[in-house]
Ligand binder design. Structure first.
Ligand SMILES: Nc1ncnc2c1ncn2[C@@H]1O[C@H](COP(=O)(O)OP(=O)(O)OP(=O)(O)O)[C@@H](O)[C@H]1O
Length: 204
């Protein structure tokens, strides 16, 4: 199994948000996390990626197997599109960025400074970065934000290709990507108990 999550509890701002979350993800599989705004999708993904500690439970995975793409694109504004990808490829020990440029329709934009890209173009570059990590488990938080229909379709193709090459993907998304092979996990039943909920209201 690529990723096993057992009885996981995660916190945000010192409060338990989700508890009792369990699932498995094998090579070639995609799992889509669903649930209303604020249920804890981002918190869960960050915890699984090792970006924040878990409160309880087990996440069995090698952190160096995970490529995480979250809300901030992490792009270098003063580097070109190609230079950004080359930079990330070098960090991960890879060199060929051409497939990633092609997959996300970035060839015509390759010489542009990343800081001058539109929101959707930046997002495409942020997602292209996944391909140059060479890492098998993609953990994606709302990957399609700012993407138009054609770009969503490119992204879905990239995920399909990743799965067919033995990769796997765990993602939170509100839209239907048309990935018929993806399983769906609704997080609503794992919301932490009423005590934590009441305290959460105090933040509002
Ligand atoms: N610093 C904080 N202190 C307290 N609560 C927080 C803090 N940051 C986030 N939260 C709360 O934690 C809960 C989970 O947030 P999270 O971002 O994981 O939800 P989400 O399911 O990803 O939401 P969305 O669909 O809106 O992106 C929310 O109720 C949010 O208000």
């Amino acid at each position: 199994m690529t990723l096993t999550v057992q009885d996981l509890a995660v916190t945000r701002g010192g409060l338990t948000i989700l508890e009792g979350v369990s699932f498995e993800l094998a090579a070639g599989e995609a799992l889509v996390l669903r649930g209303p705004n604020g249920v804890g999708k981002t918190t869960l993904l960050r915890s699984i990626a090792g970006l924040q500690p878990v409160e309880a439970g087990i996440v069995s995975r090698a952190e160096d197997q995970i490529a995480y793409a979250g809300h901030s694109d992490g792009l270098k504004a003063m580097l070109s599109v190609t230079e950004n990808l080359r930079f990330w490829a070098s960090v991960f020990g890879l060199s060929d960025v051409e497939p990633a440029l092609a997959a996300f329709d970035l060839i015509e934009l390759r010489a542009r400074m990343a800081g001058t890209l539109s929101a959707g173009q930046k997002r495409r570059l942020g997602l292209a970065r996944l391909m140059v990590t060479g890492r098998p488990i993609w953990v994606l938080d709302e990957p399609t934000v700012s993407l138009d229909a054609a770009s969503v379709s490119l992204f879905a193709d990239a995920v399909r290709h990743h799965l067919s090459s033995g990769g796997s993907a765990l993602m939170a998304t509100h839209i239907d990507l048309g990935l018929s092979e993806a399983r769906v996990l609704d997080l609503s039943p794992f919301k932490a108990g009423p005590k934590a909920r009441q305290m959460d209201e105090a933040f509002l």
